[in-house]
Structure formats: C-alpha cells, structure tokens
Design a protein around this ligand. Sequence first.
Ligand SMILES: N[C@@H](CCC(=O)N[C@@H](CS)C(=O)NCC(=O)O)C(=O)O
Length: 291
Amino acid sequence: MNKTFEYVPPKVWTWDRPSGGRVANINRPVSGPTHEKALPVGKHPLQLYSQGTPNGQKATIMLEELLAAGHTGAEYDAWLIQIGEGDQFGSGFVEINPNSKIPAMVDRSGPKPVRVFESGAILVYLAEKFGAFLPTTQPARAECLAWLFWQVGAAPYLGGGFGHFYKYAPTKIEYAIDRFAMESKRQLDVLDRQLANYAYVAGDSYTVADIAVWPWYGGLVLGTLYNAAEFLSVKDYTHVLRWAHAIAERPAVQRGRVVNQTDDSNKVLRERHDAADFDAVAWKERKAKSA
Ligand SMILES: N[C@@H](CCC(=O)N[C@@H](CS)C(=O)NCC(=O)O)C(=O)O
C-alpha cells in the first residue's frame, strides 16, 4: 500500500504537458472557442445540443416525459455534440454555453431565441414553461428544488471525482479513489434514507429531482455507470435500487436515455429529430436479437 506521492507542486502551475487519460485531449485551462462552427437548427421549437452522458440524459428524459404527458410544444431536435472530439469548443456552441459543457438548449418558440445551459437550469426552464414535474406550491416546491440542487452539487463528486479516478484516470490512485468512493457511498446513503420514506426523491410524486438524480445514481446502482456496482456494494442501498428499477421502466426514460448516445450498442440514437426516430432503435434491437 503506497500512500505517498513524489509530486511536489511548483510555485506556479503551468500547462506544459497533456494530463494523460481519456479526457486529456479536451482538458484546457482556458475557456472560449477553439474553432468557427455554426450550430445546425432543426424544425422543432426546442433545439438541444448534447451527448448522452448522465448530464445529457437529464434533458432528453425531461423532454420525452413532457411529450409523453401531452405537451406537444416540447417537440425537439437533439443534435450530437461529441465532447471527445472537442465540438463543445465550436463558436456556435460557445455562444449558447460559454462554459463549453453539454447539455445546452435553445428555445426558438418565442420572438427571440432563448439560450439555456446547465442541466439543472434546463430542467427548471422546461418545468416552468410547461407547468410540469415541479410542484407550484410550498413546501413541495422547496423540497423538489433542494433535491435538484443537491444533485447538481453532488455530480462532480460522483462524476469528476469517483468516476474519473475509478474509471478514466491513466493511473489508479488509492487516495483519490478512497476519497471519492467514500463520498459516493455517503451520497447513496443520503438517497437511500430519503427513498426509505418516499416513493420518489422529493416526496410522493415524480419530479425533476428524479429526472436529475436517476441518470447518475440510478445508473450507478443498476450497474450501467462506471461498472462499479460491486465495488460500491450497491446491493446495500435497497431503496435506491427499488426506485431506480421503477424509473427505468418508464417509457419516456427508456427513450430519453438512448438519445445522443455514441457507443456501439443497439440502444443508441445519435440524433433525434422526430418521435419516429425511436422506431429505428427498436428495429435495430429486434434485428440484433434475431441474428
Ligand atoms: N454543471 C453542468 C455540468 C455539465 C458537464 O460536466 N458536462 C460534461 C459531460 S457530462 C461535458 O460537457 N464535458 C466536456 C468538457 O468538460 O469539455 C451541468 O449540469 O450541465
């Protein structure tokens, strides 16, 4: 067991070598565009620019839930922004998200386009626009927003911390994995205690809090995120598991989670421009099963 490190930080940090690992080519210590590239615009009122990571899934699950609930104004085009290729640094994307992270959305339904970035802000914007999945009276609204902000604050520990050091970092660093495994398990325990008392994250109804939390913690306990279910002993979080399975059954969640995915499985829809696009995914799945 080696808990000592030889690296001694210099007086001033400089960016003079790639950090290594899977995200090395997209990490930069500066913001702003690296190249000129306009964003495409489709036929629907809402234009989403994203990739099917957990943060991206929050937006597409919300849009699919709105459509499933009959809000036809939530029709959307979902364009793929490949973050591994640096698409988030194109000039058009930076115009709608100066922070260069997916997801980002433009609402073109009004006289002037409205840009919205940050997944939590997108969920609240859509919830308010359509009057859905966010309680309008207190204390339910405060509780829902508290859990939504909890998730947005918790994600960097799970993703940037645990996921990064457990799965993506070029070397396995025990100190870093210990620190973030501990925090991820603590967060799972927070959720487990809440879900022991309530059907959903913010109480008795399905809200944007569930839509935000599920792609992260649902993915973790269902084993689809970081392949860490055994490592984190997720079987111990029985209430989170019960909730995660129930949300996974929702047809809108099943649709939203495949949008803007880029892996090689059959359950991917690189871009979504029409409800019928999902038929192609189902068709590919059927074909794969019969092969
Ligand atoms: N706080 C942001 C975080 C978004 C985020 O971290 N997005 C990642 C993908 S999950 C990304 O775009 N990374 C590209 C990069 O860092 O250059 C949100 O919730 O929307």
